[in-house]
Design a protein around this ligand. Structure first.
Ligand code: C2E
Ligand code: MG
Ligand code: MG
Length: 821
């Protein structure tokens, strides 16, 4: 597996590598040969001392130590002292022993240093080989180390050391040359030449070590080794510290340049700019946006003053922010500004402004601005969409309201009026429904244009929705000015409008409301214009209606009442009061009229005149009538048990016109009688003369049907309408209720008395019973009794009262004790 992998790698490598391989193999082979030769050859006995294990171990340890702890020497880093122990060992124990010890020691050092295998092998051989050969040279020249001819020996030591130097560096230069393709000589001259004095020094050191050992034994070696070791350790420490420093410096440098690069790319690529200002706002530095739209028309030359770049509208804000950061250097302020790029172009920026005047490196106010033009444009679009009508492009209701509020504030200051016109297209719905929505839309667009073209630029025209437009006119001097403007709008719609291939006159109903100076309620002004436009439509469209407070007050109240009345029945706010009818001869109670009241939560008891007509109009009267009928019948039936002293009595229920004409009236009356169990003859239905006479045919029919049930019928407020006696004759009514207006003066106005007398006679002739209403004094009742009127009702006897009061009244009036008295 391994061999195969290596083979593949070898095959893929260029020739140069093969050459290096062969060279390494040759050096290794030569070393092996040298060892064999050293032991077997003529110099087998070279060496001054027999190697003992302590020496061998010490030298091997030094080799490993020196090899792994390189030092800076003579200005060159990464140098080893390995030559010293090997050379010393070779001088002491002979080159053969030295090589044999040095090679494995070097191998161990190389493995420890985790080098590539062939480098380990090469290194392990080169120094021992060259050191051994250097020692051989010395032996050959001097016959071995001795103190005797020390002075003579020193030059020989230098020759031996330099031989080792030439061999060692030469072998290395060839290796480097082979692997890099350069000339070995050039490599040597560049990288190794300077090592000559190094080897000289190391050679002398090695020689000194050997001499020390020979002369003084291991102790001498130790004494010699001490200064060398101290120097070596010092240098090693210095080297490693220096290297650390260099490394740190390099790392810092790398980080710095990385940061710088990153910063530069940020400044250049970010859409935006960085400006550094002096205290007075003059520009110290202004970056150029490298890319993006901000680069467009960027000032080619840096202006002197930063503010001159800022759009005039933003200058005040920027100035105040600059003043802020100058005052408090700790704060960082953000400001949105627009910068003119020249050529009419400008872009939006969001800038962070910071006072770095105290910072030594910067010494300025830094404006770090991000281009936010795209975001701004989007925001503007969204804002426009939120406040404008998509179809016509006009402001929508929200914006109109907003502008109106502002205008009212302004008008209050200037003491003038604001006019609001509401415009409703009269035939829009018809056109929209008949020609389709697309044409309808075109009509709206064309109407919007028409409006715009007939108004001043300063007037706000808005589409509130559907076919409803609004116009706001500011600074109106008087009401008549506003009316004139409204008339212009009206006139604008008298001309034909073109829309979707059609042409037509589309008139408009216009409502006008003008604010009072100082008035600030926009919503109320709008509401008033709304009331006015409603009136314009009611009055026949294609016209102007000006808001009128008096009309509005009643219509507002009416509107409120309407909705409240709609809830009255459900909320159980209706009450029934009863007014007794008295038999004028006996003075006994013979019946009651049920009279409705509305107990309004705020207004208290509301009389029927105030809500019955409204209920008639809205149709609510039907539900009210149902309740009254049921309640009156239920109460009458209850009284039959609780007020036995009453004997036979009737309960009268009033019906309005709408109730009377309700198709299921008769059915309902029958149903109510059945439900309450009340005898039909005890119920009386009262209908005013006016209602009866409005449609005598229907009245006759209903009368007959009700009579069929056995119910009594009364013609109420008799004398106020224009009854034809002929008709009256044909109606199956039982009672005539003489209106109060005929009885007020009956006791001292002879003519009034004559009329009542006539009515009584007619009634008698038609076989009808007469009830007089509104008796307030004893005298009236006396006269009426004389005239022949049998029954009367009025405040003189009792006001309309609630059930409890009525019950007390009846008991007091005709209970057992009352009768006894
Ligand atoms: P009406 O049916 O002619 O009722 C008589 C009205 O005269 C009552 O007024 C009563 O309070 C008032 N009245 C009675 N005696 C005197 C008196 O001595 N002096 C004066 N000044 N007034 C007297 P009220 O209750 O306000 O009812 C007014 C009208 O409202 C009734 O006239 C009736 O037409 C209508 N109404 C009352 N209740 C109902 C109801 O439940 N349904 C319908 N559809 N109409 C009702
Ligand atoms: Mg009545
Ligand atoms: Mg009446």
């Amino acid at each position: 597996m391994l061999a195969a992998a290596q083979l593949r790698r070898t095959a893929s490598r260029p020739r140069r590598e093969i050459a290096v391989g062969a060279y390494v193999a040759a050096v290794v082979g030569a070393t092996a040969l040298a060892i064999v030769y050293a032991f077997a050859g003529p110099m087998a006995d070279w060496g001054r001392v027999a190697p003992d294990w302590a020496l061998i171990a010490a030298m091997a340890a030094l080799i490993i130590l020196f090899e792994n702890q390189r030092i800076d020497l003579f200005g060159h880093s990464g140098q080893t002292l390995t030559f010293v122990p090997i050379f010393a060992l070779a001088l002491l124990a002979g080159p053969g022993v030295a090589t044999l010890i040095a090679v494995p020691a070097m191998l161990a050092a190389g493995v420890g240093a985790r080098l590539v295998w062939y480098k380990i092998a090469f290194n392990a051989c080169v120094i021992p080989l060259s050191s051994a050969i250097g020692a051989l040279v010395f032996y050959a020249l001097a016959g071995g180390p001795t103190t005797e001819h020390l002075l003579l020996h020193l030059p020989l030591v230098l020759i031996a050391a330099e031989t080792a130097f030439v061999l060692n560096t030469g072998l290395l230069a060839v290796a480097v040359g082979l692997s890099t393709g350069r000339s070995p000589l050039a490599v040597w001259s560049e990288k190794y030449r300077w090592l000559a004095p190094h080897y000289a020094a190391l050679g002398l050191t090695g020689y000194a070590a050997a001499i020390s050992y020979i002369e003084l034994g291991p102790a001498g070696m130790a004494i010699f080794a001490t200064p060398v070791g101290v120097v070596w350790i010092a240098m090693a420490q210095y080297t490693s510290r220096a290297r650390d420093g260099v490394e740190r410096l390099q790392t810092a440098n790398r980080a710095l340049s990385r940061n710088e690069e990153r910063f530069r790319s940020l400044v250049q690529n970010a859409p935006g700019f960085i400006a550094v200002l002096n205290e007075d706002g003059t520009l110290q530095y202004l970056s150029t946006p490298g890319v993006g739209a901000s680069a467009d028309a960027w000032p080619r030359e840096m202006p002197r003053d930063f503010l001159s770049l800022v759009r005039s509208q933003d200058q005040a804000e920027v100035t105040s922010v600059l003043a802020d950061v100058l005052a408090t250097p700790e704060v960082e302020r953000t400001v949105e500004l627009q910068l003119s790029h020249g050529g009419g172009k400008s872009r939006h920026y969001s800038a962070i402004v910071k006072n770095l005047l105290a910072d030594e490196a910067v010494h300025g106010i830094v404006v770090n601005a991000r281009d936010v033009t795209e975001r701004k444009t989007l925001e503007d679009q969204l804002r426009h969409q939120a406040f404008h009508d998509e179809l016509t492009g006009l402001p929508n209701r929200a914006l109109f309201h907003d502008r109106l509020e502002q205008a009212l504030v302004g008008a209050a200051r200037r003491a003038c009026h604001v006019a609001v016109l509401l415009i409703d297209l009269d035939r829009f719905k018809v056109i929209n429904d008949s020609l389709g929505h697309a044409i309808g839309d075109e009509l709206l667009v064309s109407a919007a244009q028409r409006l715009r073209s007939h108004l001043r630029e300063s007037d706000t025209v808005a589409r509130l929705g559907g076919d409803e437009f609004a116009v706001m006119i500011e600074d109106v001097a008087s009401r008549s000015d506003a009316e004139a403007a409204a008339m212009r709008v009206l006139a604008a719609f008298e001309e034909r409008l073109s829309f979707g291939g059609h042409q037509a006159v589309i008139t408009a109903s216009v409502g006008l409301a003008v604010s009072e100076p100082g008035e600030l309620d926009a919503a109320d002004l709008m509401r008033r214009a709304d009331v006015a436009v409603f009136r314009a439509k009611e009055e026949g469209r294609a016209r102007l209606a000006v808001y009128d407070e008096a009309v509005d007050a009643s219509s507002t109240r009416r509107f409120e009442m309407e909705s409240e009345l709609r809830r009255a029945v459900d909320r159980d706010e209706l009450r029934l009061l009863y007014q007794p009818e008295i038999d004028l001869r006996s003075g006994l109670v013979v019946g009651f009229e049920a009279l409705v009241r509305w107990e309004h939560p705020e207004r208290g008891l509301v009389p029927p005149q105030e809500f019955i007509p409204l209920a008639e109009e809205t149709g609510e009267i039907i539900r009210i009538g149902h309740w009254v009928l049921l309640e009156a019948c239920r109460q009458a039936q209850a009284w039959r048990l609780t007020l036995p002293e009453l004997g036979r009595f009737t309960v009268a229920v009033n019906l309005s016109a709408k109730e009377f004409l309700e198709p299921d009236l008769v059915w309902r009356v029958a149903q109510t009688l059945r439900d309450t169990g009340l005898d039909a003859s005890m119920l009386r239905i009262e209908i005013t003369e006016t209602v009866v006479m409005r449609d005598t045919h229907v009245a006759r029919k209903v009368f007959f049907e009700l009579k069929g049930l056995g119910v009594e019928i009364a013609i109420d407020d008799f004398g106020t309408g224009y009854s034809s006696l002929n008709y009256l004759r044909r109606l199956p009514a039982d009672v005539l209720k003489v209106d109060r207006s005929f009885v007020t003066e009956v006791d001292h106005d002879e003519r009034e008395a004559a009329i009542v007398r006539a009515v009584v006679h007619v009634a008698q002739a038609l076989d009808m019973h007469v009830v007089a209403e509104g008796i307030e004094r004893l005298e009236q009742s006396v006269v009426l009794a004389e005239i022949g009127c049998e029954t009367a009702q009025g405040y003189y006897f009792s006001r309309p009262q609630d059930v409890a009061t009525i019950e007390r009244f009846v008991r007091e009036r005709q209970g057992p004790s009352a009768r006894a008295a």
